[in-house]
Design a protein around this ligand. Structure first.
Ligand code: AMP
Length: 213
């Protein structure tokens, strides 16, 4: 199975992708994670994208398509989860071509639907474990009281630099201007399935399982 998870920032793409990796051994390809890694390790590309990311703008198609191409050439597993990619029509066209060249079939594009007010609330309280990437939320899944991640025991709590109200507004604007047209694009291709992302994490997970089976 190869799928794209589509939805605005805070829809739960990363959280659900994590579940699919653990449960089904799929390979998560998150361009956001790849770019943050480049930024944290101080590569030339990382320096180039740092400001763009903290403002909440999209980085160039060329950079993210290059990142995905590298991964597709190297990774193997029980299918790919494209998380946060594609985000523009040019990226969607490029992905179609890359998959075609590698003889990989795209099975589904899953839209996680949420409303904008819920997104702002979710993102404002979000944190991640620096050790294993487990996602926490101040209200719905608080960081354990012993100060250690429940999955890996790390004490490294991370909050994303772009998880603030100003960047979020810009990220949402970018989503509606550049990414939401992909819903029509994949509907026309016959790949689109929409699920309700406002339900609990477990219920969204179940809807996802249903789509995949
Ligand atoms: P994410 O972790 O998916 O929310 O991405 C964080 C930030 O990385 C975005 O706000 C963009 O600045 C950048 N980014 C991630 N994926 C892409 C993409 N496919 N195209 C352009 N920019 C991206």
């Amino acid at each position: 199975m190869n799928i794209i998870l589509l939805g605005p920032p805070g829809a739960g793409k990363g959280t659900q992708a994590q579940f699919l990796v653990e449960a089904l051994g799929m390979v998560q390809l998150s361009t956001g994670d790849m770019l943050r890694e480049a930024k944290d390790s101080g590569t030339e590309m990382g320096k180039l994208v740092a400001d763009v990311m903290s403002r909440g703008d999209l980085v160039t198609d060329e950079i993210v398509i290059g990142l995905i191409k590298e991964k597709l050439d190297g990774e193997k597993g029980a299918g790919f989860i494209f998380d946060g990619f594609p985000r523009t029509l040019a990226q969607a066209d490029a992905l179609g071509k890359l998959l075609n060249d590698c003889d990989i079939k795209l099975d589904s594009v899953i839209e996680i639907q949420v409303d904008d007010k819920a997104l702002i609330k979710r993102i404002a309280g979000r944190s991640t474990c620096g050790g294993c990437g487990q996602v926490y939320h101040d209200e719905t899944k608080p960081w354990p009281s012993d100060g250690k991640c429940s999955s890996c025991g790390s004490a490294d709590v991370k909050r994303r630099a772009d998880d603030n109200e100003e960047s979020l507004k810009q990220r949402l604007m970018e989503y509606y201007k550049k990414t939401s047209p992909l819903l029509g694009y994949y509907f026309a291709k016959g790949n689109l399935v929409s699920i309700n992302g406002l339900l609990s994490m477990e219920e969204v997970r179940d809807s996802l399982k249903k789509v995949l089976s």
